[in-house]
Design a protein around this ligand. Structure first.
Ligand code: WTA
Length: 635
C-alpha cells in the first residue's frame, strides 16, 4: 500500500495511526518509494529531546536538487517548473521548464564554484521575488553550500547581523527591486550592510531594474556575464542526510535573531509529503503560494515541496494592491491557478476592498485555498470561503513554524471536514500535546494549554546556528522531552486544534514574527529615549499592530512629540525594516515593573488592548502609581 497520497478520512486515521505506532517503518516507506537516494540510510531515526539531538535517515546520501530537478527530466522536461509573474502586469510572464531549470541551476552552481564557494560555505541571498532567487537557492543546494536567504524588506543593519552571524562569504543580490509602483535600491542597502561584514568576499548582482549602482572592483560582479560563460552541467554534490541545507533566521523573544538550521533528507521528505497531501496536488495543477521566499513558507512551499513533486509553482514578484486590488484574481484567472496559499493579513486587506474585483475575474480553476502565518479570524475565514472559494474549495488553515520546516496541523482538503478558525488535526506523524502551567500534559478534549510536540518529525530544525544551547533552552527546556512551540492552543470536543497565538514576546504583525526585544533595542538608540516597551494590540488588517511605551531621558522634553514619533519609527526602519514600525507611541514617565525590575508587559498589553477593567493585582508592583498615568494617557 502506498501511504503517499491520502484521499479520504478513514485513510487519514489509518495512516496517522501507523505513523504514530511505527514511525520508523512509516517514514522509511515514504522515503524509499518517492525519492532518489545515492545511498540508503543505516538508521531511520535517532533522537533525544533532552540533549537535544535528532537525526533522520542517518548514513543516507543524496542531493535535494536531483530530487527536485534531475529525476523529473525523463517525464517532465518540458513541463513548467517555475512560472514567474512579474510585478508589472504588462511585462510578460516567464515559464521555466524543468529542463531549463536544470540548466540554469547548473550554470549558477558553476558560477558559485568559480567564485570559490564550496560545500558547507554560507551564501547570503538577498533578492526580490525573481527567478534568480529560486535558482540561486537551488544552485547552493546543488553544490552543498548552505543558503541563508534574507527577506529583501529587511534593513541594512538587519542584513549585517544575519550575514555576520553565520559568516557568509558571498552575497547574491540585485540592482534593485520592484514593489508595486515603487522601486527599492537593494544594492545600496547591501553596500551599506557590507561596511560591517569583513567576511564577505564576493557580491553577485542580478540586473532587474536597470538602475545606476556602484560596483566595488574585485568584490562585485554582474551575474549575467558570469552565467553566460558557465557550463550547464554541474554534478550534484553528494550530501549526507544530516548535512545542513539552509539557515533561515527567525525572531526570538530576546536577543539576536535565531539562525534555524535545516538539514537535507528529513526536510526534503517532509516538505514533499506535506505538499502532496495538504494541497492534494495533481500533475496538471498550477500551484501558487503568495509568500516570499525570504520566509520559511517560500522555502518549503514555493521551492522544495512543489519541485520535489514535479509541480508547477508560481512565483509572483509584486504586491496584492498593484495596479489594483484585483491583481491576485487576475493572476489566478490568467494562469488557471488550482491551489492558492496566502496569509490572513492579505485576505483581510483584500476583503476590505469588497467583492467587485473578484467578480470581474474567473476563479473557477481554484480547488484548494490555504492560509498560513497567523490565526485566521472567523470573518476573514468566511469571506475567503464564500467569495474566493465559492464554498466549494476547502480552506486549509495550516499551522507550522520556521522551526518545524513543514506543515504540522492542518486539514487535508476533501478529507478533513473544515471548521472556521481551526487548523483541525495533526498531520501524519505529528504528535501534539497541550501543557498546563506546571508542565503537565492536559489530556482529553475541550481543553486549552501550551502547544508542544512530543515526538520528532523529519523536518524539525536541528539547531540554532552557532548556539546549540540557545536551541535547547528555547525549545526543549520548558517541557521535559517535548518541543515547545511558543504558541497556545485549544482542542475542541472532537480533537480539532485551534491556535490561539503566541504565549511569549513574539508578536505577529501582518504574518511577520517580530520579537519585542530587538525593536526596543532599536528605540533605545534614540538619544532622547531612556527606556521603552513594546506590546501588540489587535489590528483589523495586520492581525496585530505594535504599541510602544517610551520613557524620555528628559521628562520635560519640549520637542514636538509627533516629530519624536517619526524619528523613533525611522530608527526602527533602519535597524529592522519598515515592517516593525510602531502604530502607536505613548510617552510615559515610567513603566510598571515587578520588584525584581521586570517590565509587566501583561499590564501594558491590556492597556493597549483597551481592556483596563480587569488589570489584575497591581499592588505588588514596584511603582503601582504609574499604571494610572499610563491608562489616562493611553492612545
Ligand atoms: C503563527 C510560518 C495560527 C504561530 C509558517 C507560529 C499560525 C508562527 C498559523 C510561526 C496558523 C503560523 N494559525 N497561527 N495557521 N501559522 N502561525 O516561523 O504563532 O514565520 O508559531 O512560520 O506563526 O511563524 P513562522
Amino acid at each position: 500500500m502506498s501511504n503517499y497520497h491520502i484521499k479520504h478520512l478513514e485513510e487519514y486515521f489509518q495512516v496517522y495511526r501507523k505513523s504514530i505506532r511505527e514511525p520508523e517503518n512509516f517514514w522509511e516507506e515514504v522515503a524509499e518509494e518517492h525519492f532518489l537516494w545515492r545511498k540508503k540510510w543505516d538508521s531511520v531515526l535517532d533522537w533525544d529531546f533532552a540533549k537535544p539531538e535528532v537525526t533522520w535517515f542517518k548514513g543516507a546520501k543524496l542531493n535535494i536538487t536531483e530530487n527536485c530537478i534531475d529525476r523529473h527530466l525523463a517525464t517532465r522536461a518540458n513541463k513548467t517548473a517555475i512560472l514567474f509573474e512579474p510585478n508589472n502586469p504588462n511585462e510578460p510572464s516567464e515559464k521555466i521548464t524543468y529542463e531549463q531549470l536544470y540548466k540554469r541551476v547548473n550554470k549558477f552552481a558553476n558560477v558559485l564554484k568559480k567564485q570559490g564557494i564550496k560545500k558547507g560555505d554560507r551564501v547570503c541571498i538577498y533578492l526580490p521575488m525573481i527567478p534568480e532567487l529560486a535558482i540561486s537557492v537551488l544552485a547552493c543546494a546543488r553544490i552543498g553550500a548552505i543558503h541563508s536567504v534574507v527577506f529583501a524588506g529587511f534593513s541594512a543593519t538587519a542584513l549585517t547581523t544575519r550575514i555576520n552571524d553565520c559568516d557568509c562569504q558571498m552575497v547574491i543580490t540585485s540592482d534593485g527591486s520592484y514593489r508595486g509602483a515603487k522601486t527599492i535600491d537593494l544594492k545600496s542597502i547591501v553596500d551599506e550592510a557590507l561596511k560591517s561584514c569583513p567576511g564577505v568576499k564576493t557580491v553577485l548582482v542580478a540586473k532587474r531594474i536597470h538602475s545606476k549602482i556602484t560596483m566595488k572592483t574585485g568584490r562585485d560582479y554582474w551575474l549575467q556575464p558570469l552565467l553566460d560563460e558557465a557550463s550547464s552541467d554541474c554534478n550534484a554534490e553528494i550530501m549526507d542526510a544530516e548535512d545542513p541545507l539552509f539557515i533561515l533566521y527567525t525572531s526570538g523573544s530576546t536577543g539576536k535573531p535565531k539562525g534555524m538550521v535545516h538539514t537535507t533528507a528529513g526536510y526534503m521528505v517532509y516538505t514533499a509529503y506535506t505538499f502532496k497531501n495538504v494541497f492534494q496536488y495533481k500533475e496538471s495543477d498550477v500551484y501558487w503560494c503568495t509568500a516570499d521566499v525570504g520566509w520559511i513558507t517560500g522555502h518549503s512551499y514555493i521551492i522544495y515541496g512543489p519541485l520535489a513533486n514535479g509541480a508547477t509553482t508560481l512565483m509572483f514578484e509584486g504586491v496584492p494592491s498593484y495596479p489594483d486590488f484585483g491583481r491576485f484574481w487576475e493572476i489566478v484567472q490568467k494562469h488557471k491557478v488550482t491551489q492558492f496559499y496566502t496569509a490572513p493579513t492579505a485576505i483581510r486587506a483584500l476583503a476590505k476592498e469588497g467583492v467587485e474585483l473578484i467578480e470581474k475575474h474567473d476563479l473557477s480553476s481554484l480547488k484548494v485555498l490555504g492560509s498560513v502565518g497567523e490565526p485566521i479570524n472567523e470573518e476573514a475565514w468566511h469571506w475567503y470561503n464564500d467569495n474566493v472559494g465559492k464554498k466549494k474549495s476547502p480552506i486549509v488553515d495550516t499551522w507550522w513554524q520556521t522551526e518545524t520546516g513543514g506543515i504540522m496541523i492542518t486539514p487535508i482538503p476533501f478529507v478533513t471536514p473544515t471548521k472556521p478558525t481551526y487548523a483541525t488535526l495533526p498531520f501524519i506523524g505529528i504528535q501534539p500535546a497541550l501543557m498546563d502551567e506546571n508542565g503537565q500534559e492536559i489530556k482529553g478534549n475541550q481543553v486549552e494549554g501550551r502547544l508542544c510536540i512530543k515526538f520528532p518529525w523529519p523536518s524539525i530544525a536541528r539547531t540554532i546556528w552557532g548556539n546549540h544551547e540557545r536551541y535547547r533552552e528555547t525549545y526543549f527546556s520548558a517541557y521535559k522531552n517535548n518541543y515547545f512551540t511558543g504558541d497556545g492552543a485549544l482542542r475542541d470536543e472532537v480533537g480539532y486544534y485551534r491556535i490561539t497565538g503566541r504565549v511569549d514576546d513574539v508578536i505577529i504583525v501582518s504574518g511577520h514574527n517580530l520579537g519585542t526585544a530587538p525593536i526596543e533595542d532599536a528605540i533605545n538608540e534614540h538619544p532622547a529615549v531612556a527606556e521603552s516597551a513594546i506590546v501588540g494590540f489587535p489590528h483589523d488588517i495586520k492581525g496585530n499592530a505594535l504599541y510602544g511605551y517610551v520613557i524620555l531621558k528628559d521628562v520635560g522634553e519640549t520637542r514636538n512629540h509627533d516629530n519624536l514619533r517619526k524619528e523613533i519609527n525611522q530608527i526602527i526602519t533602519e535597524h529592522i525594516g519598515p515592517i516593525a514600525k510602531l502604530d502607536k507611541i505613548q510617552f510615559t514617565s515610567g513603566l510598571p515593573k515587578t520588584r525584581s525590575g521586570k517590565i509587566m508587559r501583561r499590564i501594558l498589553r491590556k492597556i493597549a488592548c483597551k481592556e483596563t477593567a480587569n488589570l489584575g493585582d497591581t499592588s505588588t508592583l514596584l511603582n503601582p502609581e504609574v499604571v494610572n498615568e499610563i491608562i489616562e494617557n493611553a492612545l
